[in-house]
Write a protein that binds this ligand. Structure first.
Ligand code: FAD
Ligand code: SF4
Length: 510
């Protein structure tokens, strides 16, 4: 039967069983489409990374004998839209069966279902063979439970996949070494330089211009530094194991003006595009750890495994359990708009200047910058979660809705009312000062609460608690914060709230 098989841009799994044999009757189809570049405005590096990765993937499989139809963004016959792409290819090639891999985005899942319903030939879908869990496994695991606690999901995953387990007990005697992962980085230990695989992307930039793809952020056309081929992704994984893993856990939450990546792996794009599988990343890291146990403490490794086996699979399960309603949630009823400096980095608040600035420069910020600087400010200034989501979905190299929205709307903005997080991730300047060197070089004083040079986060923090008090009054984990608020002298709180309102009304001035 002559079969057409669709591969989306984030389904670049070369080890998928589809490719075990070359079949003359199978044509694979891939396309760089305006439908995908335009559903949100993306960072230029994100678009370049996906298109380069797709082209490379196609080349690799073509060289093994597989047949491909591939439309570049400027190809004159590119329909730029999924339905037309599929129907046109079916007609032109006398296709008798259409097959696709289950998408990870709700939007594409719906679109493909509709297309298949309208087709008159046989259709079927397959798993991407990427994740440890199926879409609905988390839903089944938490059936009947009120709270969807990540930690219990993570422990089940450790046991089920026998990862860092000794006779049914967690290796090292503890499930979680989080308390050890809170060191501030002060210039030491040194961070070794990464092996180079810089690519010249001048040609693809020209194509994007020709196709009028609207993007933002900056890019160095001669030194594009994201790994997009499988070989480069594997070399980044090796580099992580050899050079960074040894300190990963310790400095997982640290932030520094001069270090964008610190000891983070930068593997999220490689995994989200499915160039690397979570299993091979975890197996490689564990293999390295067991070979170097005398040099690497378990806390460095457990912290990393938890992010991938725990958080990553958990967020995917939450997405498929809660969509499409999840996308509409705004439980704190926040309505403010993003200030212009989210697109420029031009603010006197040094932490935001650096976290946003590096996001625009590199399409990357690590977890704590996303959560405790940019996300924290967005929540404290009560920005609309739709706007916050759009920004995060556009700016980061690894942003695909299933993992972006659960982290942003859920973990960071508490707009889901506590499905993902048991309390909002908010802080005053204290936390940022503790984990970074941002405050030392800031226009504002992290210790001051009021006055022109007081850190805006301080007034915003108390104002948020005061304004959202009712929402959190029955939340046990907020008890301590709210009791401190209640003890605050009325005049003092009024002063803080006055300053907070001035900041919220005109964030550009700060
Ligand atoms: P490392 O710190 O080296 O971690 C290793 C891997 O663990 C990552 O590559 C990633 O695959 C996984 N991981 C870590 N934390 C999480 C998490 N919370 N959820 C899911 N996987 C995790 N991650 C994305 O992949 N795409 C997003 O769009 C995204 N948006 C985020 C938005 C906000 C507001 C927050 C707080 C976090 C977001 N994250 C997102 C999670 C995390 O910040 C990134 O995965 C991480 O910074 C990627 O860099 P890295 O590969 O160097 O990660
Ligand atoms: Fe950020 Fe406040 Fe510290 Fe400045 S003082 S870097 S605004 S937390």
């Amino acid at each position: 039967m002559k079969t057409l098989r669709l591969i989306l841009g984030d389904q670049l799994n070369q080890n998928h069983s589809w490719f075990n044999t070359v079949d003359e009757n199978v044509i694979y189809i891939m396309a760089e489409m305006k439908q995908e570049t335009d559903y949100v405005k993306h960072h230029i590096q994100k678009v370049v990374a996906f298109f380069m990765a797709m082209r490379h993937f196609k080349e690799q499989l073509t060289s093994k004998g597989h047949h491909f139809i591939y439309f570049t963004i400027t190809h004159p016959e590119n329909p730029q839209e999924l339905k037309e792409l599929i129907t046109q290819a079916i007609e032109k090639n006398q296709i008798e069966k259409f097959e696709y891999l289950l998408p990870d985005e709700y939007r594409l899942d719906q679109q493909l279902r509709t297309i298949c319903n309208e087709l008159t030939i046989a259709t079927s879908y397959y798993d991407t063979e990427h994740f440890y869990t199926t879409r609905l496994q988390l839903k089944e695991f938490f059936k009947g439970k009120k709270q969807l606690i990540m930690e219990s999901f993570y422990r089940m995953m450790r046991k089920k996949h026998n990862i860092m387990m000794v006779n049914d007990q967690p290796e090292g005697g503890k499930w979680n070494f989080d308390h050890a992962n809170r060191k501030k980085w002060k210039g030491q230990p040194t961070i070794p330089h990464e092996r180079g695989f810089r690519k010249n992307v001048t040609d693809i930039l020209k194509e994007l211009e020709e196709a009028h793809v609207k993007t933002f952020g900056s890019i160095d056309p001669e030194q594009f530094s994201w790994p997009v081929t499988r070989a480069d992704c594997l070399s980044v994984l090796n580099y992580f194991c050899n050079e960074l893993l040894v300190h990963f856990g310790d400095y997982q939450d640290a932030m520094h003006e001069e270090q964008k990546f610190l000891f983070h792996s930068r593997l999220s794009f490689a995994m989200n595009a499915k160039i690397l599988s979570p299993k091979e990343v975890i197996n490689k890291v564990l293999g390295h750890y067991y070979d170097h146990k005398e040099d690497i403490h378990i806390s460095q490794v457990e912290g990393f495994i938890r992010q991938i086996l725990g958080w990553r699979e958990y967020m995917r399960g939450i997405y498929w359990k809660e969509m499409p309603e999840y996308k509409t949630l705004n439980k704190l009823k926040n309505t403010n708009s993003l200030p212009d400096f989210y697109w420029t980095g031009n603010t006197k608040m040094n932490c935001l200047k650096h976290a946003i600035g590096q996001s625009l420069d590199a399409a990357y910020a690590h977890h704590i910058q996303r959560l405790m600087v940019i996300g924290n400010f967005s929540l404290l200034t009560q920005m609309h979660p739709d706007e916050v989501d759009q920004w995060y979905l556009g700016v980061y190299i690894d942003a695909i809705e299933w993992v972006e929205i659960t982290n942003t709307r859920g973990m960071s903005q508490f707009a889901d009312g506590g499905i993902v997080a048991t309390k909002p991730y908010i802080s005053s300047a204290n936390y940022i000062h503790k984990m970074s060197n941002y405050c030392g070089n800031c226009h504002y004083s992290h210790t001051k609460k009021t006055g022109d040079d007081a850190c805006p986060f301080n007034a915003l923090y108390w104002n948020f608690l005061a304004e959202k008090r009712n929402h959190f009054k029955d939340n046990q984990r907020m008890k301590m914060m709210l009791s401190l608020l209640d003890k605050m002298e009325g005049k003092k709180l009024a002063e803080l709230q006055k300053r907070a309102h001035e900041i919220i009304q005109n964030p550009e001035a700060y």
